[in-house]
Design a binder for this molecule. Structure first.
Ligand code: FES
Length: 71
């Protein structure tokens, strides 16, 4: 899905930038130019950013293994 029509920036491009460490709106603006023309994409880009950060937080949770119960 295209998030920023002015700069042809897709949701995938934003996700890649977040994965590369550009994890704030100012960083995304500087790196990709998202929201720097008409600004209509700002809230959508922010939503994608928030989703990426939430997904990253979830993936960072340690896995806890429970021992198998003896039968
Ligand atoms: S749609 Fe992103 S700046 Fe216009």
């Amino acid at each position: 899905m295209i998030v920023c029509v002015c700069h042809n920036i897709s949701e995938r491009k934003i996700r890649q930038a977040v994965d590369a460490g550009f994890d704030t709106m100012p960083a995304l603006r500087e790196q990709l130019g998202v929201g720097t023309c008409c600004g209509k994409c700002h809230s959508c880009a922010k939503t994608v950013l928030r989703e990426c950060l939430e997904e990253g937080t979830r993936e960072a949770q340690p896995m806890v293994f429970q021992p198998a119960m003896a039968a």
